[in-house]
Design a protein. Structure first.
Length: 200
């Protein structure tokens, strides 16, 4: 299965997926909307094709989405993975990749959609926090949940400590979700997640 990964920054989730060495997975390209994204370096160093579709060169969302889709489709991926990709994608884009578009969000959805999830978790006083991998639908940080990991919120946590604890889990659950997809076990069926058992 060929995979295109979209990033905006550091790209540690992309790195975790690459390093997982998932049998049957080929990372066809890493695409960033920011030319300076740190993760592009890692991808290049690993011989992965990279591209930048800069949102600043596209005045409106439709134009950006179009340029991004063309860049993605040039690699004809089976799966598109959003890994710290910080642009909201329009309905048309999301529909085009329905069932083959995954995102990771740093909270236990449906709690804390949107930004600053760790700060909000601390402010709210939840004792359990975490991360979710989900299929992308038109609603922001919504969509059928594929896998989640929970971490405790500890006394003395600040945003950075909590973020680091969650990120360590992200690096486990995202490769797992991709592995399931590559193994043809994970599917979106009538808007719901279907996960089949591994063949005996
Ligand atoms: C991750 O916490 C991800 O869940 C969030 O942004 C962060 C990206 O980190 N959406 P990285 O670029 O994968 O290192």
């Amino acid at each position: 299965k060929s995979i295109v990964i979209l990033i905006s920054g550091r790209g540690s989730n992309m790195e975790a997926i690459v390093r997982a060495g998932i049998p049957g997975a080929r990372i066809a390209a890493v695409i960033s909307n920011r030319p300076g994204a740190g993760g592009l370096e890692f991808a290049r160093a690993h011989g992965i094709a990279t591209a930048v579709v800069d949102h600043k060169s596209h005045p409106d969302r439709a134009g950006f989405d179009q340029a991004l889709a063309e860049c993605i489709d040039a690699h004809a991926p089976d799966l598109v993975v959003l890994a710290g990709f910080m642009r909201v994608l329009g309905d048309g884009f999301v529909r085009r990749y329905e069932g083959r578009l995954l995102n990771i969000h740093p909270s236990l959805l449906p709690a804390f959609p949107g930004l600053h999830t760790h700060r909000r978790a601390l402010e709210t006083g939840v004792k359990v926090h975490g991360a979710s991998v989900h299929f992308v639908t038109a609603e922001l940080d919504d969509g059928p949940i594929v896998i989640q990991a929970a971490v405790p919120v500890l006394t003395g946590d600040d945003e950075d400590k909590l973020a680091a604890r969650v990120l360590a889990q992200e690096h486990l659950i995202y490769p797992q979700a991709v592995r399931w997809f590559v193994e043809d076990r994970l599917e979106l069926v009538a808007g719901r997640v279907s996960l089949r058992d591994a063949p005996a």
